[in-house]
Ligand binder design. Structure first.
Ligand SMILES: Cc1ncc(C[n+]2csc(CCOP(=O)(O)OP(=O)(O)O)c2C)c(N)n1
Length: 280
């Protein structure tokens, strides 16, 4: 059991991330709300509790690293980074705008706090493994978190990376799979089935933890357990694409489409209502 005030605080942070996602994608007129909303709770737990990082020193050598391998979900990453203090929250309003640094996929050279440029799916786990291996070679105790999409892991490179993590005995890498069961073209199980997922990853030498990816207690417990594991860990977080906005939940249409003005107003009022309920 975790402290109730911590859980509430993280839930508030996740709601704020969701509001920023809707606001920034709406203002941009493009972007990926569905897969950003599904990772909001995970992002809140990572940036506001679990990760060792310092917004005043984004390049701190001993920081935990985060690779958002499903880079299209960067509106959630940008929101978390801004809220943590890496840059001004006002900048979120300039998502995807020419002349500004928050582009449609994250760039490590432009955005403070972004550890890896991503967007071309399938590559982030390999990069994360490189970082984890480098940490071992350098005698560092930082951890590497990699957030994967379930459509993304239909790509072959992911499985080569999975094999190399166990080959190199990397206990400092924690991958989190956003198992929202939808990719861009439809349900993952119809496009290229992934199940039985836990079994597949275990057979590659990983420890696997399965959780509800919207339950703060479960996310925190899983991260804690993963930290203690002596092998690479995959947390399969069962989530809902579009979580938190009724008409986006579980739908394909908001994978890569902004809300209309009416939809934006409805989405924001739903999230504000959820905030009021949380604050009692
Ligand atoms: C190599 C590559 N191929 C195709 C795309 C286009 N693309 C963007 S998002 C996406 C679907 C990803 O599905 P999933 O990983 O399940 O993401 P989520 O549903 O969580 O948003 C695709 C195919 C891409 N970004 N990179």
């Amino acid at each position: 059991m975790h402290d109730k005030s911590l859980i509430k605080d993280l839930q508030r942070k996740a709601l704020k991330i969701r509001k920023h996602v809707i606001e920034s994608v709406y203002r941009a007129g493009s972007g990926h709300p569905g897969g950003s909303l599904s990772i909001a709770d995970i992002m809140a737990c990572l940036y506001f509790h679990e990760m060792r990082h310092n917004p005043k020193n984004p390049q701190w050598e001993d920081r935990d690293r985060l690779v958002l391998s499903k880079g299209h979900a960067c509106p959630a990453l940008y929101a978390a980074l801004a809220m943590a203090g890496y840059f001004d929250e006002e900048e979120l309003k300039n998502l995807r705008k020419t002349g500004h640094f928050l582009q449609g996929h994250p760039c490590m050279k432009k955005v403070p706090g972004v550890d890896m440029s991503t967007g071309s799916l399938g590559q982030g786990l390999s990069v994360g493994i490189g970082m984890a291996l480098a940490g071992k070679l350098d005698g560092k105790d930082y951890r590497v978190f990699v957030i994967l999409g379930d459509g993304e892991i239909e790509e072959g490179q992911i499985w080569e990376a999975a094999a190399s993590a166990s080959h190199h005995c990397l206990d400092n890498i924690i991958a989190i799979l956003d198992r929202n069961s939808l990719q861009i073209d439809g349900p993952t199980e119809e496009i290229l089935s992934l199940e039985p997922l836990p079994w597949r990853w275990r057979s590659f030498g990983w420890d696997v933890i399965e959780i509800d990816g919207h339950d703060m207690e479960e996310i925190l417990d899983a991260l804690h357990e993963a930290d203690k594991n002596k092998r690479a860990t995959l947390i399969i977080a069962y989530t809902i694409k579009g979580k938190g906005v009724s008409f986006m939940e579980g739908t394909l249409s908001f994978h890569g489409k902004p809300p209309s003005k009416e939809q934006y107003i409805k989405a924001m009022s739903e999230l504000e209502q959820a905030e009021e309920e949380l604050n009692g």
